[in-house]
Design a protein. Structure first.
Length: 73
């Protein structure tokens, strides 16, 4: 993986975190990308479930990881 033009400070920070975790910089960056993509996918899925539920449940759910577990009081 080419990580060019990120600057020496960012590269040094990535190298330090990667060394701390016992992994390569490439593996660290890929894990960050995968985590971000998983969060975005979950947010889209959550929004899709709320949108599909219709207007009768609008405002019923607060944010959280599962609409079944997080309900408004």
């Amino acid at each position: 993986m080419k990580i060019s033009d990120i600057g020496t400070e960012r590269l040094a920070a990535l190298e330090a975190v990667a060394a701390e975790r016992g992994m390569s910089v490439e593996a660290l960056v890929l894990s960050f990308v995968d985590e971000g993509l998983a969060r975005e996918r979950a947010a889209r899925d959550r929004k899709g479930r709320v949108d599909a539920a219709g207007p009768e449940v609008e405002g019923q759910y607060s944010h959280g990881t599962s609409l079944d577990r997080f309900t408004k009081d």
